[in-house]
Write a protein that binds this ligand. Structure first.
Ligand code: DQA
Length: 149
């Protein structure tokens, strides 16, 4: 069984209490639980992680590239939080790792402040899901399964 790696970047550990009108009331543990159900549906082992640190996220993308090359990883669902809008390092990591990444945002970043309209990840992502709330994580896992079919 292949693994689906779900990566969460800065401040996503605050889900549930952080701007609930924007991100909803579900916690990161709730998101992990819904990802677990989606992975069971699609026959994946769930690997669910969070870090507030850009370099740790770079390390995990590189690790994902190695696992993808070995055939043990289906791909990555990545909510990079604010690093989406700032990180050339994450852009380069995704490009260099050669692993399919689905960029995910809980909110519709295009309906928000102009600084959220640009993504360094979109040009190197296989797909992008945004604005559908935390349910987007389940859709992204389904998307990974669709890519491999
Ligand atoms: C986010 C959108 C980003 O602009 C923001 O910095 C986040 C969360 C989202 O899931 O909607 O931290 O990625």
């Amino acid at each position: 069984m292949k693994t689906a790696l779900i990566l969460n970047g800065p401040n996503l550990n605050l889900l549930g209490t952080r701007e609930p009108e924007m991100y909803g009331k579900q916690t990161l543990a709730d998101v992990e639980a819904l990802c677990r159900v989606a992975c069971q549906t699609h026959g994946y082992v769930l690997d669910f992680r969070h870090s507030n640190h850009e370099g740790v996220l770079v390390d995990w993308i590189q690790e994902a590239g190695r696992a993808y090359a070995e055939g043990t990883l289906a791909g990555v669902v990545f909510n990079a939080g604010a690093y989406t809008h700032t990180s050339v390092a994450l852009h380069d990591a995704i490009k260099g790792a050669g692993v399919p990444v689905i960029e995910l945002h809980i909110s519709n970043v295009h309906a928000r402040e102009p600084f959220r309209h640009h993504s360094y990840l979109s040009p190197v992502a296989r797909g992008v899901i945004l604005g559908l709330g935390v349910q987007g994580y389940a859709l992204a896992i389904a998307g990974l399964a669709g890519l491999l079919r």
